[in-house]
Design a protein around this ligand. Structure first.
Ligand SMILES: NC(=O)c1ccc[n+]([C@@H]2O[C@H](COP(=O)([O-])OP(=O)(O)OC[C@H]3O[C@@H](n4cnc5c(N)ncnc54)[C@H](OP(=O)(O)O)[C@@H]3O)[C@@H](O)[C@H]2O)c1
Length: 338
């Protein structure tokens, strides 16, 4: 799985790497269908025409025929003030461009990212002509060019390429971990069959360092050591071998001011196990998790999530870290975007 975005400025690099892998058969047997590529619309490209062009540019840069999932990265538009109502108009225009590219099979699934509940309800509950149903099964199956085959999406819009509306997004990608558990947003997505995709599940790495504070932000969860003891009593074998055991930016984060780990505790092993707990917590809430790591050993460990299950009481204890007013957001906050 590749999660990229126009603003990450690495689509062309990914495209070149994929081309090399396929042309030189560097991973024998690997085909395009084995790779799931997500990309995202930059805030500067909001609006129907700009979005349409941006998607085609992403497809060109990635050197593929289609993108598996394309998201509106952010509800706002670059250079507009946050309360400007044009933000709302622009993102709806972008959505219509995505719908059209979805029907044209250039995008296999479409969605949004960093939308708050009001942004999402505005999209999902917008008035639609000929709209009969909120059944997302219809929405997700609407790849046929015959409108009669998708009763939830029979409207034809007056957009240049004749886009038809689709009921609701396939995916919503937003920050989600025990210090930022937006239950209302998760519930709404699940009620409308929108797949939640959790990003920064590890708090950008900060939640898996055993420290109370990192800079101004609250980090480790004080029950984590107990959970690690309960679910991973045996030492992990092999998995950390070859990994760089340095936790990112420890000194930059001012961790020397805090007891990071007990003298007999291996910080790399603690981080691996804490990461697995946090990722499993996301999965048990029905989210898809997309942890990032530049280290193969960490990637392997982060995938190993199906050999244990967090008990309901421990799930509740983790959920309880997300108390209103005490939440910690490590990434963007779109609350003020109109
Ligand atoms: N839609 C959006 O606006 C948005 C925003 C943010 C992120 N995202 C997506 O979500 C992905 C993940 O989020 P994220 O990068 O913010 O944060 P994350 O996955 O919570 O944390 C990544 C950090 O944790 C470290 N790490 C990962 N596994 C580890 C392990 N087992 N042991 C020790 N350290 C570990 C990584 O370091 P190393 O790399 O050094 O291993 C990296 O510094 C991103 O790559 C991006 O694709 C989307």
């Amino acid at each position: 799985m590749i999660d990229t975005a126009t603003v990450y400025r690495n689509e062309a690099m990914i495209g070149n790497s994929l081309k090399k892998i396929f042309e030189q058969n560097l991973v024998p047997g690997l085909t395009r269908q084995d790779i799931f590529i997500t990309s995202k619309l930059a805030p500067k490209d909001q609006g129907y025409d700009a979005c349409y062009k941006a998607v085609l540019e992403s497809i060109k840069n990635l050197q593929v025929d289609y993108i598996d999932l394309y998201l509106i990265h952010w509800p706002g538009t670059a250079r507009l003030k946050l309360p400007d109502p044009k933000n709302a108009t622009n993102r709806m225009e972008s959505w219509h461009a995505l719908e059209e590219l979805y029907h044209a099979r250039k995008l296999r699934a479409i969605g949004v990212s960093n939308y708050t509940l009001p942004h999402l309800t505005q999209l999902v509950e917008r008035p639609r002509r000929n709209h009969h149903s909120f059944d997302n099964n219809h929405a997700h199956d609407a790849s046929s060019s015959d409108p009669s085959s998708s009763p939830g999406q029979t409207q034809t819009q007056s957009y240049p390429h004749g886009a038809r509306t689709m009921a609701i997004p396939h995916v919503h990608q937003f920050e989600m971990h025990p210090r930022l558990f937006q239950r209302d947003l998760v519930d709404y997505c699940q009620a409308h069959r929108i797949q939640v995709q959790a990003y920064s599940s590890l708090g950008e790495g900060r939640l898996i360092v055993r420290s109370k504070l990192i800079g101004e932000k609250r980090a480790s969860l004080d029950i984590m050591a107990d959970l690690i003891q309960k679910y991973f009593s045996a030492p992990m074998q092999g998995i950390v071998e070859g990994a760089d055991t340095t936790i990112k930016d420890e000194e930059d984060m001012g961790l020397d001011a805090f007891p990071v780990v007990a003298a007999d505790e291996d910080p790399a092993e603690y981080a691996h196990k804490a990461a697995r707990i946090l990722l499993r917590w996301g999965l048990q809430h029905g989210a898809v998790v997309i942890p990032k790591s530049s280290q193969p050993a960490r990637v392997r460990s982060n995938i190993d999530l199906f050999s244990f299950e967090i008990e309901p009481s421990d799930m509740s204890a983790l959920d309880a870290y997300s108390i209103e007013g005490e939440r910690t957001r490590y990434c963007w906050d779109s609350t003020e975007v109109c």
